[in-house]
Design a protein around this ligand. Structure first.
Ligand code: 5GP
Length: 141
């Protein structure tokens, strides 16, 4: 499948549609998932075009992983999550639904209680309140 430059995440990178950002640098963007599997579920994307792990340049994968580590640490701190799950899907059969490479940062609180993947929408006020906590934790050292 050819990369669709109008996928929802590419449009967020270009600022054409809103997202609740927690972190941004020259190469990556991190924002709240609108159908979170748990409180604090955050997504990290590289800014370059690439559908999956396989067609995203290695330097961009590295930048995205660096941001994932940094933001995951903040998410863990902000929500005092005892566990953090990092996932990354490649292709529809794997469960990928948005075709721009991304990492999921999913806090785990109690084993076996994650909500289903990409199903239940959470309102933006709730997500913004969670983003405030993550942004604050990112400023801590
Ligand atoms: P995938 O299924 O591709 O691994 O993950 C895509 C993720 O993007 C899902 O967890 C889904 O909830 C999230 N998502 C889908 N549409 C939007 C959107 O418009 N905004 C945000 N912030 N997240 C989205």
């Amino acid at each position: 499948m050819a990369y669709d430059a109008n996928n929802i995440f590419a449009r967020m990178v270009r600022g054409e549609i809103p997202c609740i950002k927690v972190y941004e640098d020259a190469d990556t963007l991190a924002f709240m998932d609108i159908m979170p599997q748990s409180e604090g579920h955050t997504l990290v994307i590289p800014k370059v075009a690439g559908e999956t792990l396989f067609d995203t340049p290695p330097a961009s994968m590295l930048a995205a992983m660096r941001t994932t580590q940094r933001v995951a640490r903040a998410v863990q701190r902000a929500f005092e999550a005892p566990g953090i799950i990092i996932t990354q899907f490649n292709g529809p059969v794997s469960g990928q639904t948005v075709f721009h490479m991304h990492f999921h940062i999913i806090p785990a609180y109690v084993a076996g209680t994650l909500r289903p993947h990409a199903r239940e929408r959470v309102d933006s006020a709730t997500l913004e309140a969670q983003a405030v906590r993550i942004r604050a934790a990112l400023l801590e050292r």
